[in-house]
Structures are given as C-alpha cells and as structure tokens.
Write a protein that binds this ligand. Structure first.
Ligand SMILES: [Zn+2]
Length: 244
C-alpha cells in the first residue's frame, strides 16, 4: 500500500504504474495541479487499485492559482483530494496568502460536497492547517503526509483526529523518528512520497511499505511482522471508513 505517491512524476511512470498495480493492493496517486490530474487520468489506464486525486501543491500555489476553479469542479467527481496544504518554510512563505486562500477554498468545498479525504502537506504550517480544518467541521478526513512538526503540534493533530501517512524518508531525521514513535498505532498508514522522497540518493518506490514497517517497528519496539500487519489493517480501516 502507498497512501501518498507522485507516481506520474517518476521517470518511466508507466512502468512504475504497472509494477505498482502488481505489487500493491492500493496506491494513492496524488497530483500537484488540476491540469496534471486531468493529464494523468488520461495517460494512465484506470485500475481499481489506484486512486488518482486532484490537488494543488502549496509549493506551486502561486503559479497554479488560476486553476483553483478547475480543482473545485474536479472535487465533485472524486472521493479524495491531494496534494493540498500549506508550506510555511522560508522558500515558499512569500506566497503563503495564496496558499491559504486555496487551502481554505478546498476545505470549504469538501464540506459542501459532504466530506472528502484529503492528503495534506503541512511543512512549517501545522498550526494553520489545523486551524483551517477546525474552522470547517464536516470537511471529511485529514491525512497529514510526512508530518514534520514538533511534539506539541503532533499532539494537536492527534487530538484533531488526523491520520498520518509516513514513509522511509521520515526516519532519516532524529525528529522524524521521534514523531513516528509518538504517533497513535491505529492512525498511521504507509506512503512513499516518491519520487520526491529519497533514501540513499534513490527515490522511494510505491512498494516501500515493508521498509516503513521495518523503520516503524524499531521506534515502536514491536516485531516487524506485527507492525506490518498494523499498517495493513490501518490502511484497510482508513479506506473502509472513507470509502476511498
Ligand atoms: Zn508529496
């Protein structure tokens, strides 16, 4: 399983796609813009095990802001949305207001549509992400991807009821390992975030869930097998409750 993957952006995406459909029960392909969602949905064959969702990545929010209406339109025909969110790091902070306007519009639209499952980017913006979600009850389900806040922000996200999708790259930092160690055992699902996320200089692949289970078992102090089973049942549970 992979709950956050930019599969369309790997070199030789079609081969990666084919292999993912063979190796994974479920792959959530998040796109970075509404136009990319339309192009990817056309380019890749439909598969019952691959969920392709429209998004508008905060890092390119300022360039793709004119596509917001298209995103809001596309949201009517899908159960999941992503990648969306906020990025408050120095490089993207300049366009924070645009990011926020887009993110709030997406959440509001999710409420109108009766709820959506969102794959959310929250780098250096956890507080604002949670505030925007809190302001709109009924938006659906939040899956915070590659969570990188502090322990207090993690506790706030847990209290909000967020899920967490994490992959092998999270464990490269000490903070990441500590956060993973403190995540609720029943609210974590695997992700790759490939090809952006890399380990040892190589992009993480969509079938990296066993590596995530291995890393997680060390910080949870559980056997690898038990951890892998937990991730699998969490994934099944998230999919069942959100109908994705
Ligand atoms: Zn991503």
């Amino acid at each position: 399983m992979d709950f956050h993957c930019h599969l369309d952006l790997y070199p030789r995406a079609k081969e990666v796609y084919r292999e993912a459909t063979q190796r994974n029960d479920f792959t959530w392909l998040v796109t970075t813009s509404p136009k990319a969602f339309a192009a990817t949905s056309r380019a890749l064959p439909a598969s019952p095990s691959v969920l392709i969702s429209p998004g508008l990545h905060p890092e390119i929010a300022h360039e793709r802001a004119p596509e917001l209406d298209l995103l809001l339109e596309q949201m009517a025909g899908v159960k999941a949305v992503g990648e969306v969110g906020l990025d408050g790091s120095p490089r993207f902070r300049t366009h924070y207001e645009v990011q926020r306007r887009i993110f709030r519009a997406v959440i509001k639209r999710s409420v109108e549509l009766g709820g959506r499952t969102l794959s959310i980017h929250s780098r250096r913006a956890v507080k604002d992400v949670l505030a925007d979600l809190d302001a709109c009850p009924g938006y659906g389900t939040a899956v915070l991807h590659w969570f990188s806040g502090n322990q207090a922000e993690l506790r706030a996200a847990i209290a909000h009821g967020c899920w967490f999708s994490i992959g092998p790259a999270l464990f490269e930092s000490e903070n990441g390992r500590r956060l993973a160690g403190a995540m609720p055992h029943d609210q974590v699902v695997p992700e790759s975030d490939g090809p952006f996320a890399k380990v040892g200089g190589r992009p993480v692949m969509p079938w990296s869930a066993p590596e995530t289970a291995q890393c997680l078992s060390e910080v949870w102090n559980l056997p690898v097998r038990v951890t892998a089973d937990m991730l699998a049942s969490n994934g099944a549970n998230l999919r069942k409750t959100t109908e994705i």
